[in-house]
Design a protein around this ligand. Structure first.
Ligand code: UDP
Ligand code: MG
Length: 320
C-alpha cells in the first residue's frame, strides 16, 4: 500500500474505442463509485480511472481530455492507432502498474456491473491478488451471442486453452500481479489465457451482465471468431498434436482397410491395380499426416521458445 493508512489506491482501466456516447456516463458512474468506496473506507481518495483510447475515430479523446480537465482523477492514454481491445488494455495496465495498489479493468459500456468492483476490492483487501468478474447470467445478451460465446469456451478448452468460464476482461489485479504480467513479452497476447498462468491467490466475483449504456457493440461475430482463433493459436500448440494423432488413427484404420482390400482381391471381385492403389493411398496418407504432425511438434517447441514466457513467478522471497 502506498499510503500510511493502509487503504489501497485503485486504478480502473477502461479500453475505449469510439465510445463518445458511453464514456461520459461511464466516467461519472465510476467516479461516483470511487467516492462511495472511499466513504466506506475501502479505497484511497486518490484512486482514479484510466481511460485508454484505442485510436478512436470519433470524439472519444476530446471527451477524455475534458473529463481530465474537470477532474484529475480521470486520467487518459491514447494509442496512435487502433490496436484492439487486448493491446490497449495491456497498455493501460502497464501504465498504471506503478501508480496503484491494484487495477480493475472494465469495458467502457458498463455491461459488466461496476458495483462488482466493491466485492473485488474487498477480496483484494483479504489478500486475493487476482479477482475474476464472472457473469452469473447472460440474459441480456441475445440468444445467438450467448450460444456462440459458450461454444467458443468449450472449443477453446478442447484446444488446450484454459480460460475462466464466462469471464471476459473484467478483473482486479494487484500491483504484483501486474508486474508479473509485464514479464510476458509475447506479441500475440491473449490476456484471458495468460492471467490464469500467473498463479497467485485468486477469487471470483459474480455479477449480472447488462445492456450497453450507449453506443454499439464493437465485437460482432466475425471479430469474436478471429479473437477465438487468435486465442488458441497464440496460446497452445495442441492443434498440431492433433494432426499426428489423426495420422496415427488413420494408420490403425489402414489395417482394417488392408484386410478388406485383400479379402476383396482373393474373391476376384476387383479390377487389376485397385488393390495396390487402395493400399498405397491409405498407407501414404496416414504416413504423410504423421510426418506433418512430427514437424508440427517441433514447430510447437519453437512457438513456445519464441514466446519467451517467464518459466516461473516468485511470489515471496525470504533471504535476509
Ligand atoms: N474496444 C477497444 N478496441 C477495439 C474494440 C473494442 O478498445 O478495437 C473496447 C470497447 O470500447 C469496449 C470494450 O473494448 O470498452 C469491449 O467492446 P464491446 O463492448 O464493443 O464488445 P462486446 O461487449 O459487445 O463483446
Ligand atoms: Mg460490451
Amino acid at each position: 500500500m502506498n499510503n500510511e493508512s493502509n487503504v489501497p489506491r485503485i486504478a480502473i482501466v477502461i479500453p475505449c474505442y469510439n465510445e463518445e456516447a458511453a464514456l461520459p456516463i461511464t466516467a461519472k458512474a465510476l467516479l461516483g463509485l470511487i467516492d462511495e468506496m472511499h466513504a466506506d473506507g475501502l479505497v484511497a481518495p486518490d484512486s482514479f480511472i484510466m481511460c485508454c483510447d484505442d485510436g478512436s475515430r470519433d470524439r472519444t479523446w476530446q471527451i477524455i481530455e475534458s473529463l481530465h480537465a474537470a477532474d484529475k482523477r480521470v486520467k487518459g492514454l491514447a494509442l496512435a492507432h487502433n490496436r484492439g481491445h487486448q493491446n490497449v488494455l495491456l497498455a493501460g495496465l502497464h501504465t498504471v502498474a506503478d501508480m496503484c495498489d491494484a487495477a480493475v479493468s472494465i469495458d467502457a459500456d458498463l455491461q459488466d456491473d461496476p458495483r462488482a468492483i466493491i466485492d473485488m476490492v474487498r477480496a483484494f483487501r483479504q489478500g486475493k491478488e487476482i479477482v475474476y468478474g464472472v457473469r452469473s447470467s447472460r440474459a441480456t445478451d441475445t440468444w445467438f451471442k450467448r450460444t456462440t460465446a459458450h461454444g467458443f469456451y468449450s472449443f477453446q478448452r478442447a484446444m488446450g486453452l484454459d480460460t475462466v468460464y464466462d469471464h471476459a476482461d473484467y478483473r482486479l489485479m494487484s500491483a504484483r500481479a501486474l508486474r508479473l504480467l509485464a514479464q510476458y513479452g509475447e506479441k500475440n497476447l491473449f490476456l484471458r489465457g495468460i492471467i490464469p498462468q500467473i498463479g497467485l491467490e485468486t477469487a471470483v466475483v459474480k455479477y449480472a451482465r447488462a445492456e450497453r449504456v450507449a453506443g454499439e457493440s464493437k465485437y460482432p461475430l466475425k471479430k469474436m471468431l478471429s479473437f477465438s482463433i487468435d486465442g488458441i493459436t497464440s496460446f497452445s500448440a495442441k492443434p498440431m498434436r492433433w494432426i499426428f494423432v489423426t495420422g496415427l488413427l488413420l494408420l490403425l484404420i489402414d489395417i482394417v482397410v488392408a484386410i478388406w482390400v485383400l479379402v476383396a482381391r482373393w474373391h476376384h471381385t476387383t479390377i487389376s491395380g485397385w488393390s495396390s492403389l487402395m493400399l498405397s493411398v491409405w498407407f501414404l496418407g496416414s504416413l504423410i499426416l504423421m510426418a506433418i504432425g512430427i514437424v508440427g511438434e517441433y514447430i510447437g517447441k519453437i512457438f513456445i521458445e519464441v514466446k519467451d514466457r517467464p518459466r516461473y513467478a516468485i511470489r515471496d522471497l525470504l533471504v535476509d
